[in-house]
Design a protein around this ligand. Sequence first.
Ligand code: DX5
Ligand code: ZN
Length: 228
Amino acid sequence: MAAQINPSILSADFARLADEAKAVDGADWLHVDVMDNHFVPNLTLGVPVVESLARATDTPLDCHLMIEAPDRWAPQYVEAGAASVTFHVEAAAAPVRLAREIRAKGARAAMALRPATPVEPYEDLLPELDMLLIMTVEPGFGGQAFLDIMLPKIRRTRELISKHGLELWLQVDGGVSESTIERCADAGADVFVAGSAVYGAEDPSDAVRALRAQAEGATAKASWACDH
Ligand code: DX5
Ligand code: ZN
């Protein structure tokens, strides 16, 4: 699969979300960070904003729920118009049931791992998912420094995906920029969330194009992708 670039609107101007969505016309998805001030120490937006944003843009919404009780709330984000819904495994009571419910409602189901959460215990769950998100910062804020120590986890996850022959997308989120995206792609990521690197740039669409070119260049040389 070609590299996908998902700008995170966490770094956009929240008073102008519809315009900010249009400012990144080359984006594959718009990454929407939902924070509840419990799972993470920050508060952003909820279902009504996602509903309005889904109406205001043709770019599909990739909702990243950094919230407690995702079993209760995640289905509402599908109904609000999100095409992909990501819950954190650390917060989910029944991740398999939840992933199945998200898929049954018609969205892609994704599961996120905080930096200290290993992937190995979830190997058997991977076929239930459309995407796995490996956080490359502690979730909660944009603009943090990329955690290099996550690269081995990305590599091991890519090996699991190959071992089982899965169509699972592997997303990275946090500190992804022109100086880190190639390492992520080389390690096996194929979906890249970038907040400050896109919305902090002079021209967000140019930043998306540049990140995509870097990711595709690094993927073409990566050992994990040579049989594709
Ligand atoms: C952090 C969020 C990220 C954030 C990334 O908890 O999940 O999506 O927007 O921002 P940058 O790319 O600036 O690290
Ligand atoms: Zn995010």
